[in-house]
Design a protein around this ligand. Structure first.
Ligand code: NAD
Ligand code: ZN
Length: 248
């Protein structure tokens, strides 16, 4: 068993040698910003039933309940700040090592941190979308009255996120597929890897002979194919990898 220090050196070397490193992030990278994950320890789904809250059927049945839940999550997200894990990924991009981040997160923290290339697979909790006319609204703050209404046609707004049973927007999916098809290194951070297609992207890299580097506090569905699995918090491990790279 290699220790954490050796694994960090190994990851840093792979990243420095890489030609096209791409990152996939999940809720784990935002956990240290105070935003609960879905499935991990203390995950949101331990307290709520997903089918009551994050499906189109749930919204149809009870838009108020769904919006109440989203408003609570929006409060968490709007008061959260990027953490040292998000910032380390900004550094990696500025160093010309990391080409892009594909995220399952809906919190927008990668962009706020300063990452330039970010593909949001699951939409954004900071936006609403009209169920009648598709008009999109960017919220400066969580809506005071729920459910919020469309400023254009008065229809019901829904959170502009991808719910269970819904398709990933095709532009985001195509961009992510392109990135991972080109990539020789997949950096996998804080995702359980069980949600499709995010769980599939690292396999594309692996099948072409590329390397998979994973950072997670627990093993995930990706861990069996990881060349380097570093058990630890993203906010602690990622800055250490960046620090090592600067010394190489
Ligand atoms: P998930 O909740 O299924 O898994 C989170 C993973 O992060 C777990 O494997 C856990 O071990 C790991 N983790 C927890 N804390 C960590 C830390 N400090 N450092 C490193 N790893 C840590 O999350 P997922 O895989 O992203 O699940 C997908 C769904 O969750 C997506 O649909 C996404 O939209 C949604 N989601 C988003 C947010 C957000 O935007 N911040 C929050 C919760 C859920
Ligand atoms: Zn409308």
């Amino acid at each position: 068993m290699e220790n954490i220090k050796e694994l960090i050196v190994k990851a840093a070397k792979i990243l420095v040698k890489s030609k096209y490193a791409v990152c996939i992030t999940g809720a784990g990278i935002s956990a240290e910003s105070g935003i609960p994950t879905f499935r991990g320890r203390d995950g949101l789904w331990r307290r709520f039933r997903v089918e009551d809250l994050a499906t189109p059927e749930a919204f149809h049945r009870n838009p108020n309940l769904v919006w109440e839940w989203y408003r609570w999550r929006m409060h968490l997200v709007y008061s959260a700040k990027p953490n040292s894990g998000h910032l380390a990924l900004v550094d990696l991009e500025r160093m010309g090592i990391l080409r892009c981040i594909v995220t399952q997160n809906v919190d927008g923290l990668h962009t706020i941190a300063g990452s330039k290339c970010v593909v949001e697979l699951h939409g954004s909790i900071r936006r609403g979308r009209c169920v009648e006319c598709n008009f999109k609204v960017v919220f400066d703050a969580p809506p005071e009255v729920v459910p919020p209404k469309c400023p254009k046609c008065g229809g019901l707004l829904r959170p502009d996120v991808v719910w269970f049973g819904e398709a990933i927007p095709s532009d985001a999916l195509n961009k992510a597929m392109q990135l991972f098809s080109k990539a020789d290194v997949a950096l996998v951070i804080g995702t359980s890897g069980v949600v499709y297609p995010a769980g599939y992207f690292p396999h594309i890299v692996k099948e072409k002979g590329g390397a998979v580097i994973e950072v997670n506090i627990d093993e995930s569905a990706i861990t069996p194919i990881a060349d380097v699995f570093i058990r630890g918090r993203a906010g602690e491990i990622l800055p250490k990898i960046v620090e090592k790279i600067r010394l190489i």
